[in-house]
Ligand binder design. Structure first.
Ligand code: ZN
Length: 358
């Protein structure tokens, strides 16, 4: 399988996120992607290539151009206005109620204020190299798509930062640009066919759902921790099935606390059935491995073996598949869990011999 990877992800190197009123060590760190790269490199079944540049247009087909402009200049503007912090966090969020009955929002003249127009949480700091890394992740995703359209049955884009929480005009959840949505949009344009997205990250991909919620030509299927208890809390419910022309093209499969491999596979089969009944020849997978039982920000009970089976069942759809990395935070096993998933997809055997004993 061909893997697209860029070392530019390392320039997004946040040190903190805010949780329970405190700054804690960031979970979404460069070592995540490096651990995946090492596991795949040690397996002769994967070949690596660097992304090609695709420019800003595929991004602005999915995201508000004003958000792209903010992200592009935020660090420069932050520093040139005399700010000294190494990480940009919002401190004030423009909830609709803030200006209820008072007319439209005006964009603040400072990054400190304006970041609260675009970022929806306190887990997603911007640092000096964030924009470059986020742009590289989009190029990684689009290059993996190019390879698939060129005839590869399945490809993998080692995207970092991840993307599925980024909505049309909002970033957060460690995500800046929605890599999977950008690829799905391009696939609809380049193939003229409908496109399915399967999101198996532990967290609901609120951004992907929002972007395509009114669209009939993109099916979004997500398995995730029930938003009743799990981030992002405000989207991902089973009764969210799409709007207007998109009615019926959104399938949320919330998972119970402590979900076992067997329960998980039963939910997966429902999602795959919906995909099989939807048109088109291509599939985008948002591959999060934070469903793992040992993940520090997850509450399911999956083990490594299930990832091979999930990959195998996805392959059985018989679609050209572009797999893009999302979350996964138990770093000691992250690389091997991703490798196991991709080997299942690629028809390789289950091999647990390289799983570190930690
Ligand atoms: Zn996640």
């Amino acid at each position: 399988m061909r893997v697209v990877h860029s070392p530019r992800h390392r320039s997004h190197d946040p040190k903190h996120e805010l949780a329970d009123g405190e700054a804690i060590d960031a979970y979404e760190v460069p070592e995540r992607a490096e651990s995946i790269r090492r596991s795949l490199a040690a397996d002769g079944a994967f070949t690596f290539e660097e992304p090609t540049e695709h420019g800003a247009e595929p991004i602005t087909l999915v995201h508000d151009p004003a958000m792209l402009a903010f992200l592009e200049t935020a660090w420069h503007d932050w520093v040139s206005s005399g700010e000294t912090a190494d990480e940009i966090f919002p401190d004030t969020f423009v909830l609709p109620a803030l200006r209820e009955g008072m007319g439209p929002v005006r964009a603040p003249g400072t990054v400190r204020g304006a970041v609260g127009m675009w970022c929806f949480d306190t887990a997603t700091p911007m640092v000096e190299g964030t924009y470059a890394a986020a742009r590289a992740a989009v190029d990684v995703a689009l290059t993996a798509m190019d390879l698939a359209l060129g005839g590869e049955p399945s490809t993998y884009g080692l995207c970092r930062p991840p993307g599925h929480h980024a909505a049309r005009a909002m970033f957060g959840g460690y995500c800046f640009f929605n890599n999977a949505a950008i690829v799905a949009e391009q696939l609809t344009r380049q193939t003229g066919e409908p496109v399915a997205i399967l999101d198996v990250d532990y967290h609901h991909g609120n951004g992907t759902q929002q972007i395509f919620y009114g669209r009939a030509d993109v099916l979004y299927v997500s398995l995730h921790g029930d938003p009743d208890r799990a981030y992002p809390y405000f989207a991902g419910f089973a009764d969210e099935t799409g709007a207007d022309a998109g009615e019926g093209a959104n399938l949320n499969l919330p998972l119970p606390l402590g979900c076992s491999n067997e329960e998980y596979l039963a939910h997966l089969d429902r999602g795959l059935e919906a995909i099989a009944g939807f048109g088109g020849s291509t599939l985008v997978v948002s591959l999060g491995i934070d469903t793992y039982g040992r993940d520090p920000i997850c509450d399911l009970a999956l083990t490594t073996e299930v990832y091979h089976e999930v990959g195998r069942r996805v392959a059985a759809l018989g679609r050209t598949t572009v797999v893009l990395q999302e979350g996964g935070y138990f770093v000691p096993h992250l690389g091997e869990n991703v490798r196991t998933w991709l080997r299942g997809l690629d028809g390789g055997g289950l091999d647990l011999s390289a799983l570190p004993d930690v």
